[in-house]
Design a protein around this ligand. Structure first.
Ligand SMILES: N[C@@H](CCC(=O)N[C@@H](CS)C(=O)NCC(=O)O)C(=O)O
Length: 181
């Protein structure tokens, strides 16, 4: 199934799921709607995407899709917006899972700790850690690439050997959440 076909099918699934409990955005909507949707979407969505999707992940995703829809495009059909967002996330996380990530950090740096706490929470054990205080070559690599040794910096290397150096803890946290949460 191509991406446009998946999109159409996903919009249909979302609308069908919403119709069971009444209107998606109506005042009478059940406050537990993300759980209900997640329960009924789990099997057909896993089949559509070809990966096993958990109900807890789906619940989180539905809540974040609703927030983004309200903030960014309230005029757009909710099902169309949610479907596009889900397929984009799915494609991005598929690509991201093949990237090689390295975090340059210092143990006492609070900004680094924020990033590392998120990595722990999301169980991102595959991210290599390089302590720039203890590893002179890590500090030299950072200085060579960026001209400064400020940490944290996330180094992203794709399978095609494209690389990106991402400074700023807030950007790194945003990136990791978008890709892996
Ligand atoms: N705005 C940056 C601040 C990073 C920062 O100030 N890092 C400090 C350590 S906590 C640092 O690397 N200082 C040494 C330097 O700038 O060379 C972020 O949020 O990542």
């Amino acid at each position: 199934m191509t991406n446009p076909e998946q999109h159409i099918e996903l919009v249909r699934l979302l609308q069908e799921t919403a119709a069971v409990g009444g209107e998606h955005s109506g005042a009478s909507r059940d406050p537990e709607w993300p759980l209900q949707y997640a329960r009924s979407l789990q099997a057909p969505l896993s089949q559509l995407l070809g990966v096993s999707v958990t109900q807890s992940r789906l619940t989180q995703w539905l809540l974040s899709a609703e927030e983004a829809h309200k903030a960014r495009a309230p005029e757009r059909s909710w099902a169309d917006f949610y479907a596009q967002r889900l397929l984009e996330h799915h494609a991005a996380s598929n690509t991201a899972s093949e990237d090689r990530l390295t975090l340059y950090y210092q143990p006492l740096c609070l900004y680094c700790r924020r990033v590392m706490q998120l990595m722990q929470r999301l169980q991102l054990d595959h991210i290599e850690l390089r302590n720039t205080l203890l590893e002179p070559d890590a500090r030299a690599a950072l200085l060579g690439a960026r001209g400064r040794a400020t940490v944290p910096v996330l180094h992203i290397q794709t399978p095609d050997d494209e690389e990106r150096w991402m400074p700023e803890s807030a950007d790194i946290i945003h990136y990791l959440k978008e890709m892996y949460a």
